[in-house]
Design a protein around this ligand. Structure first.
Ligand SMILES: *Cc1c(COP(=O)(O)O)cnc(C)c1O
Length: 336
């Protein structure tokens, strides 16, 4: 089976497992796990921030990150298909007591005109006020779209003028970095707080980080424990992350090339495929998913007529080519 459902399906490689087995560990709730400390310091420095916090999932990193800049009863603004709005099951409301309003963009991009309309200034104690704006780079449900650095910098200026924070959901910030050559620190500079994942394209079995200022990270450490996310000898997972940062960042370019190949095969303009996600419309998504499975290719339906293909570490160029042939034929026969 060639599995294109998600870049989360990767299994740790043998050398990654060896790094995990050899990891120095300690009790991370006591702040004594050297591998976790090394990972947190390294990732904070990569993004030009003071500190970072290892979390079991990207969802927890996002929940803690947004809560570090938005208080209960305040709101965060985000794009309508943002992961924080669609795929975190209401955690920001249910757990953090904050509200959300959204703007819509077909490619998940920042829209300052829409934001200007949405923005709620501080009108006193009886109104919800905007405390933060969230951006997702790359944008998952918009097909792995990159947010241009210039747009993020304009968002930073917009937020500064209004004295609100910027949260960046950077689950796939590594893909944006490799696709554009924009330094990670430049992405870090536009955000007060970021969430980044090791468990997507980087191929670690689990783990994400919240990245931000020292105080915000200290507060998030307490909240993480409150949520049951205080892990003990978790250096075994941090070691997988450190290994991934050494070996699995630059190779994302291969996933991007494979994604363009798949896009072409299904009749999509490869120019709209920025990174490792190919989302396209077809006559009947569940039917296409079923027929692809029969032909040995696993893909995902993300709407009645929309399917998603994701390339990753466990899909070789040969497998991508084979999947492209299968999907090209299936799409052509659906159209006919
Ligand atoms: C996957 C993902 C996350 C975090 O997901 P977890 O499964 O909780 O690790 C956050 N944001 C985006 C955009 C994602 O794609």
């Amino acid at each position: 089976m060639i599995d294109l459902r998600s870049d989360t399906v990767t299994r740790p490689t043998q050398p990654m497992r060896a790094a995990m087995a050899a990891a120095e560990v300690g009790d991370d709730v006591y702040g004594e796990d050297p591998s976790v400390i090394a990972l947190e310091e390294r990732v904070a420095a990569m993004f030009g921030h003071e500190a970072a916090l290892f979390t079991p999932t990207g969802s927890m990193a996002n929940v803690l990150a947004v809560a570090s800049v938005v208080s209960p009863g305040q709101e965060v603004l985000c794009e309508a298909r943002a992961h924080i709005a669609r795929a975190e099951l209401g955690a920001h409301g249910a757990v953090s007591g904050l509200t959300m309003r959204t703007w819509s963009h077909p490619r998940g991009q920042i829209d300052l005109t829409a934001l200007d309309d949405l923005f709620a200034p501080d009108l006193g104690m009886y109104f919800v006020r905007t405390a933060a704006i969230s951006a997702e780079n790359t944008h998952n449900f918009a097909g792995g779209a990159v947010l241009p650095l210039a747009d993020l910098q304009a968002l930073r200026a917009f937020a500064d003028e209004r004295q609100v924070a910027v949260h960046l959901d950077g689950a796939r910030i590594w893909n944006a970095h490799v696709a554009t050559g924009v330094p990670l620190a430049s992405y870090g500079a536009v955000a007060d707080v970021l969430a980044v994942c090791l468990s997507k394209g980087l191929g670690a079995p689990a783990g994400s980080l919240l990245v931000g200022g020292r105080e915000a990270v200290l507060e998030a450490r307490v909240r993480r424990k409150r949520l049951g996310g205080g892990m003990r000898q978790v250096g075994v997972l941090a070691a997988a992350g450190l290994y991934a940062l050494d070996h699995h960042v630059d190779r994302l370019a291969e996933d991007h090339a494979n994604a363009r190949l798949l896009a072409e095969a299904v009749g999509l303009d490869p120019a709209v495929v920025d990174t490792n996600i190919v989302a396209f419309d077809c006559a009947d998504a569940p039917a296409l998913v079923a027929r692809a499975r029969e032909a040995g290719v696993l893909i995902g339906a993300v709407g009645a007529r929309t399917v998603r293909l994701v390339t990753h570490l466990d899909v070789t160029p040969e497998q991508a080519a084979a999947a492209a042939r299968v999907l090209g034929e299936l799409v052509a026969s659906q159209d006919a």
